[in-house]
Design a binder for this molecule. Sequence first.
Ligand SMILES: Nc1nc2c(ncn2[C@@H]2O[C@H](COP(=O)(O)OP(=O)(O)OP(=O)(O)O)[C@@H](O)[C@H]2O)c(=O)[nH]1
Ligand SMILES: [Mg+2]
Length: 348
Amino acid sequence: MFGGLRERLQAARNRLSSSIGAAVAPPAAEPVVAPAASAPAAHPAEPVKNAAPSFVDKVKVLVLERELIVSEKNIADALSELEMTLLESDVALPVTDAIIVNVRKNLVGKHRKIGESVDAMVVNALKLALLDVLGKGFDLNEYIASHPHPVKILFTGVNGTGKTTSVAKIGSYLHKQGFTVVIGAGDTYRAGAIEQIAVHAGRIGIKVIQHKEGADPSAVLFDTVQYAISHKIDVVLADTAGRFHNKSNLMNQLDKIKRVMKPDLVIYVDEAVAGNDAVIRAAEFDRTVGADAIVLTKADMDSRGGAAISIAHTIGKPLMFLGVGQGYDDIIPFDPAGVVDELLDGAD
Ligand SMILES: Nc1nc2c(ncn2[C@@H]2O[C@H](COP(=O)(O)OP(=O)(O)OP(=O)(O)O)[C@@H](O)[C@H]2O)c(=O)[nH]1
Ligand SMILES: [Mg+2]
């Protein structure tokens, strides 16, 4: 996931580390100690493992022993490059700005702790900046456990982004967590939509409440809630038709659904591959319909990562799940610390 972004962030990290390192390197490079003549390369074609340390490696060691206070000048160029990297990865401009401001704040004027490497300082600054924009995530288990049942969850979003699949995945996920679930087939608009969700529900062993195609979705979802109340079901998951925020008839329908069903949570679903468009649409939906949390699908097909980085900060609502494939288990609760570690740990 986000393989491309990971590579680009690693490059930005190395660039920041080496510009800080270079600023405190001694003016004349120390003579490089030649590898001992008694240690011939095992095979001439193989890369030599114990080669002389690279410039960056030497600087990393040297700065461990030198007083280091990072100045604005040290990192200005590297920060401009980081800014470009983020924008090219489709990170929204205000979010890019927030990350840059944060990295600068986390580095400039900082004294390196004794024994800390420049790279560790840089990684720490990048991690703090990313965590700040990624927000806290949303623990759905905890929410359900601490709210009156049935917890009613309404899924909204534009066409084809993965709402129905996410309803099935989250139904399966909650089922495995020990909650009882009923699904409302609230997309009565698109031909085949009722059958699609009914097939999913059958496969994962969850009851679905459905009316005929063309029926009022509010009535379907009202019935679903009544079913959940009378059968003491823990969670109602309401699928809805895909819609655009500028189509007033479908948006009014959503208003009516909300009035009738009274959802506890409105989830906005969009696809990571849409990049900045997903972020703009999420903001529109939040303004017109309201959203409590976000599910970002197709993260498995997205190497840029911009939407995942930007969406929570832009609309001020948490990212709850990432969809990472077409199977029912291909959904993961969004864990900001895990994502940041994946992006920045390990590789050099
Ligand atoms: N690779 C991948 N494909 C996904 C993911 N989530 C959904 N899909 C696929 O995206 C396509 C559309 O998914 P749906 O769940 O039907 O989307 P929808 O938002 O309900 O579509 P409408 O009801 O037509 O608005 C399907 O082929 C899904 O299998 C995901 O996380 N990764
Ligand atoms: Mg659908």
